[in-house]
Design a protein around this ligand. Sequence first.
Ligand SMILES: Nc1nc2c(c(=O)[nH]1)N(C=O)[C@@H](CNc1ccc(C(=O)N[C@@H](CCC(=O)O)C(=O)O)cc1)CN2
Ligand SMILES: Nc1nc2c(ncn2[C@@H]2O[C@H](COP(=O)(O)OP(=O)(O)OP(=O)(O)O)[C@@H](O)[C@H]2O)c(=O)[nH]1
Ligand SMILES: [Mg+2]
Length: 426
Amino acid sequence: MDTIYALATASGKAGVAVVRVSGPLAFEAGRRMSGDLPKSRGVRRIVDGQGDLIDEALVLVFEPGKSFTGEAVVEFQLHGSPAIVATVLRELSEIDGLRHAEAGEFTRRALENGKLDLAQVEGLADLIEAETEAQRKQALRVFQGALGTKVESWRERLVRAAALVEATIDFVDEDVPVDVMPEVRELLTSVRDEMQVEADGVRVAERIRDGFEVAIVGAPNVGKSTLLNRLAGRQAAITSDIAGTTRDVIEVRMDLGGLPVTILDTAGLRETDDVVESLGIGIAKQRAAAADMVVYMVVDPSEVEHDFGSDSLIVIAKDDDQLADGVGISGKTGAGVDRLVSVIEERLRSKTARIGVAMRERHRIALLKGCDALDLAMGLVDTQTGLADLIAEEIRTAARATESLVGRVDVEDLLDVIFSSFCIGK
Ligand SMILES: Nc1nc2c(c(=O)[nH]1)N(C=O)[C@@H](CNc1ccc(C(=O)N[C@@H](CCC(=O)O)C(=O)O)cc1)CN2
Ligand SMILES: Nc1nc2c(ncn2[C@@H]2O[C@H](COP(=O)(O)OP(=O)(O)OP(=O)(O)O)[C@@H](O)[C@H]2O)c(=O)[nH]1
Ligand SMILES: [Mg+2]
């Protein structure tokens, strides 16, 4: 096993920069850089191969099995100067048996050493990416092992169900002491239902991770771009009194009470002979259809001529004097905009109620595979044809599907994909 090193903190100037070394030669490398090593932590003079001082640093020592990676780890907590970091990395590169870490390689070792399961690794990737409060909380729950806990409880029930079924194989029909099938059915149903609920929650979990989309639509000139600019607090879109000003979709990222949201400003909807404008209108309709929510702006309620479904909100535009009872906004003065933002936030938040511990398409596919296998198994149980070995096989398929969530099986080819999204030093 190579010993790897990397800067663990972001590059650039900072108060402190952390360089980590992990692997069998970590302590030796640590001694070479700082003379003797502290038992757990201590301030040391960091020197180069000639004995010249590079920095005075805090050195942390983690015994094998008691570090993030599970390996021997030495950390140099240096003054956060690009020159110091570059010199320390160069000195480490000159030590035999040490090489620079690849993206995610520390975390990969944590996985290989059983410090984290695969779902926790995914949670950690999301945690580092998290920019809003909802993203942080969701990622942290997965990082803490919530999916692993669920998988374990499903696995226990499936193993028991399979054992009950297999016990009947060894008996000729009339000798089976009790009918185990009611208990098997109960176990399978409970697991299946929970897996389905988790699978259903993935779509919303993905929205928390990647952001909700809210599309602003309406006729030309109602003030869509003016509203976008008000929400963004800057001039993100051009506004003018010429109908048909906006053609491309303009996106602004926002943090609405911890929820990541992308607001889309779109081309005004109308019949037009202008080729470019009608292209823009086509895209506007597509994006509105795909959005999590649509804010449909009209100056007059009698102008409503499109139906954007239940996830749409009709607001009265240009209501500078707040005459429209509670649903009017003015992008120009800002009147009613805070109220609109609260309504959007509430609507989106109500969608998050269904989130469980499965967060990704990968999880959803594995869960549905498990559900399918359990449906097959339960179908066989119901036919009472005594196909115990087939039932047991389907149950095992379901168990394997759940285990793939935490990486116990079938995931080798996934690892490269997952780790390549990490930063170097993690
Ligand atoms: N300086 C520093 N801060 C960090 C990390 C790190 O590697 N270094 N982490 C990395 O991402 C996170 C913390 N993760 C860690 C997880 C386990 C251990 C560890 O050594 N655990 C020992 C107990 C050690 C002790 O209590 O002294 C153990 O599990 O036995 C350290 C860091 C966030 N902050
Ligand atoms: N009084 C008033 N005027 C507004 C308001 N919002 C926008 N306007 C004006 O209405 C005109 C059109 O505004 P835009 O924001 O460009 O309208 P739009 O809906 O983006 O128009 P298109 O991009 O052409 O679809 C501009 O002259 C704005 O100054 C408002 O709330 N009150
Ligand atoms: Mg516009």
